[in-house]
Design a protein around this ligand. Structure first.
Ligand SMILES: [Zn+2]
Ligand SMILES: [Zn+2]
Length: 247
């Protein structure tokens, strides 16, 4: 089943998620288009073409996009080697909230993180550093495969890697009793670490087979984020549309 078909079905089934699913469709479109750009364009054109796609897909005014480009040039670093600089672009726009700017920059940073991952040879393992070994961000999402093995999924750079089955991927404690579990009606779960108050989402292979996309599963289970955060637990990295803290 095509992912877009699944999303349309979800909009009918879960009308309360329509606006986030609309945004995720645009994110998918942006990721698809920029993947092509990364494959086909000359390196000196990459930034311009990515910004063009960003501007047209998210209907962002040209002035703002050229402001982004100027800020990037002023920093003078290669964003494909240091994709974090996209996340930290200084934007003092009075009309837009900080949280919205953070989300927009997260979405814009995706192709830069993807290229960074593809260009990098990793020697470290997730378990050595407790962060994504590519981009060194904490993770908030994991897939459990048919052999009951757990794989983290990085929402920044798309890296996937097998890690220990039980325990916290943030503080790395592995005591079963210190992890609480909440499960929603789709069998998507949150694993709550009582030690460091971090939570991550996880889901088994049958859930994956139903939705075919870990980032989509993360997004449709937003109500779980609400519950976990209301209980005082912390999400350490955003979902694919840039949502980390729910207010
Ligand atoms: Zn990563
Ligand atoms: Zn922990």
């Amino acid at each position: 089943m095509e992912i877009k078909f699944i999303i349309n079905q979800l909009k009918d089934e879960k009308p309360y998620l329509k606006s986030v699913l609309d945004l995720y469709e645009r994110v998918l479109n942006f990721n698809e288009k920029t993947e092509k750009v990364l494959e086909e364009s000359k390196s000196e054109d990459l930034i311009d073409k990515i910004l063009d796609e960003f501007s047209s897909i998210f209907e962002i005014p040209y002035e703002f996009v050229s402001f982004l480009k100027e800020s990037l040039l002023r920093i003078g670093k290669d964003p494909f080697k240091e994709p974090n600089i996209i996340l930290q672009l200084p934007i003092g726009e009075e009309k837009i909230s900080n949280e919205d700017i953070k989300r927009a920059l997260f979405i814009l940073a995706k192709p830069f993180f993807i290229k960074f991952r593809k260009d990098l040879k990793v020697s470290k393992k997730f378990e050595e550093i407790g962060r994504c070994p590519i981009c060194e961000k904490p993770v908030s999402l994991a897939m459990i495969d048919i052999d009951n093995k757990r794989h983290i999924v990085c929402t920044f750079c798309g890296h996937k890697e097998e890690i220990f089955r039980i325990g916290c991927s943030y503080c790395m404690q592995k005591i079963c009793e210190n992890i609480d579990l909440l499960v929603d009606e789709d069998e998507i779960r949150v694993e709550l670490c009582k030690d460091c108050k971090t939570y991550i989402k996880s889901f088994k292979n049958d859930v994956y087979q139903k939705y075919k996309d870990p980032y989509l599963i993360d997004i449709i289970s937003l109500p779980l984020d609400v519950v976990a955060q209301e209980r005082g637990y912390i999400r350490r990295s955003p979902n694919a549309i840039g949502i980390e803290i729910i207010k």
